[in-house]
Design a protein around this ligand. Structure first.
Ligand code: NI
Length: 492
């Protein structure tokens, strides 16, 4: 009996020790990871705290769509926002279908490809009150795209939605005041340039709720947005005015009146630590007879990019991630992980619009804003780009000063929501030198990665980044700006 007790006690001690050791190693691992990526987490904008981004991207023969919307911790707000997104998607798709089943337009359907893009900005009034400004962009043929601005302000804790009149004291003449301030600012700022028309401005800023329904709140000011045609002709584009709370403080409801802030103590400013990414040495690949480059677009995604990185790491494989700037800003730690594990980050533009439909200035903004956020978050500047939907023409090629990377294998994983179908497609189609297109937004894609890599490794393949596949890393002169690459050239 005594012996049994001793043995059990010994067993228990062993189990406890093992448990403690395991816990310690888990904590140690978490600390290691934290250390690697910590400097980056500091860089995320406070406006994004507590908010996630959802992206819905499709590319059909007759339409493309890229819709991004925020998700908060409040279900009521989330259903209102997703309803906004999906109402637009449903209406757009039915219009596109009607167009596609109608008579073929001059130049064929593809040159008139319909497009819907929705993106948003976040403004923050306080830790609870946030404003979302949605920019709806639609192309349905013809010379011009259509823009719509929709703003929504919420208390993220209570789910309460704020209307303009909630911000002001009851019975105050707030509409007259903001009307006058807006009118004066639009005239004095000269923002309308030669397109300024006094009557147009007067009508668009006349004191009624409808004219001022699009507002956002920052900590210092309210912004009012006027879509094209409200205060000027189409060519004048969207306009805005900014009204500082201080100028209308006496009208504001006490909940929104701002106490002037203490001047900030400049000594308190913290200098951010210089980024120090640990970039592994690229693998020496002596045999390029069997290589494939996996590429993942439209991310990063908090769970699916993580799963893909885990699967790559387990198998000592690397891939290329063409990230969107508007999503990258939410997930700095994932960008850091991609780089520190030897994979590559490419530019996939800011919010996934067809570059072929944008002005030269807008093309550069889509690319440069994305380069800048990636550089800011990781200290690495991408050297390759993949244009959304693979849409390029002569003009876009001339404006892009990086090699343009398309693909040679596309399992259409956004449509084929099934890991086995994706695995089957890639295993039968991909061969030496191919660039495979997938999207790290989807769980079925994330699940396909392990089996795909295992199968190719068993057949003697190696996985490389796009820059390795195309020899850009070994010889930068292989990388020609504005040239399209869709599979490995015979350069080895
Ligand atoms: Ni894409």
């Amino acid at each position: 009996m005594k012996k049994i007790v001793h043995i059990s006690l010994l067993g228990l001690i062993i189990i406890i020790s093992l448990f403690v050791l395991k816990q310690q190693s888990i904590i140690k691992k978490q600390e290691d990871d934290k250390e690697n990526y910590e400097y980056l987490s500091k860089s995320k904008s406070p406006n994004l705290e507590g908010i996630n981004i959802i992206s819905h991207i499709e590319y059909e023969d007759y339409y493309v769509l890229g819709v991004h919307y925020p998700v908060t911790n409040n279900q009521k707000i989330n259903s209102e926002i997703s309803e906004l997104a999906y109402n637009h998607i449903t209406e757009f798709k039915s219009d596109a279908e009607e167009f596609f089943t109608g008579p073929e337009p001059p130049g064929g359907f593809s040159s008139w490809k319909y497009e819907l893009n929705i993106d948003y900005d976040i403004h923050r009034f306080s830790s609870e009150i946030f404003s979302f400004k949605f920019d709806v962009y639609m192309y349905t043929g013809g010379a011009h795209s259509i823009h719509e601005i929709i703003t929504k302000s919420f208390n993220l804790e209570s789910g309460e939605k704020l209307k303009l009149r909630d911000l002001f004291k009851e019975g105050s003449e707030y509409l007259n005041v903001i009307s006058n301030l807006s009118y004066t600012q639009l005239i004095e700022s000269g923002r309308l340039g030669d397109l300024f028309s006094e009557n147009w401005v007067k009508k668009g800023t006349s004191p009624n709720e409808e004219n001022f329904k699009n507002f956002t709140l920052t900590d210092n000011s309210m912004f009012f947005f006027f879509p094209a045609y409200q205060v000027g002709p189409w060519a004048a584009g969207d306009q805005y005015v900014e009204i500082e709370y201080i100028t209308i403080n006496s009208l504001l409801n006490s909940k929104f009146a701002k106490v002037p802030l203490e001047p900030e103590d400049s000594d308190k400013e913290i200098t951010p630590e210089p980024p120090n990414p640990q970039i592994p040495e690229p693998p020496v690949i002596d045999d390029y007879s069997k290589v494939v480059a996996l590429t993942f677009d439209d991310g990063p995604h908090p769970t699916n990019t993580t799963i893909i990185l885990d699967e790559l790491k387990k198998r000592n494989a690397v891939a290329t991630f063409f990230v969107l700037g508007n999503r990258a800003q939410y997930y700095p730690e994932l960008l850091a992980r991609i780089i520190s594990e030897g994979s590559e980050i490419g530019n996939h533009t800011w919010n996934h619009k067809q570059l072929t439909k944008l002005s030269t200035e807008e093309i550069h903004k889509q690319i440069n804003d994305t380069q800048e956020i990636i550089k800011y978050l990781t200290d690495i500047t991408p050297t390759i780009i993949r244009p959304p939907y693979g849409s390029v023409d002569k003009r876009v090629k001339q404006e892009i000063n990086m090699p343009i990377i398309l693909w040679s294998v596309d399992p259409e994983d956004w449509k084929n929501k099934n890991s086995d179908m994706i695995i089957g497609h890639i295993l039968t189609k991909a061969k030496n030198g191919d660039i495979v297109l997938q999207h790290d937004l989807y769980e079925w894609t994330a699940k396909s990665v392990g089996p795909i890599i295992d199968d190719f490794i068993a057949k003697g393949y190696k996985f490389v980044t796009v820059s390795q596949l195309l020899g850009f890393d070994q010889n930068p002169s292989n990388a020609i700006a504005g040239k399209i690459y869709y599979l490995q050239q015979l350069i080895y």
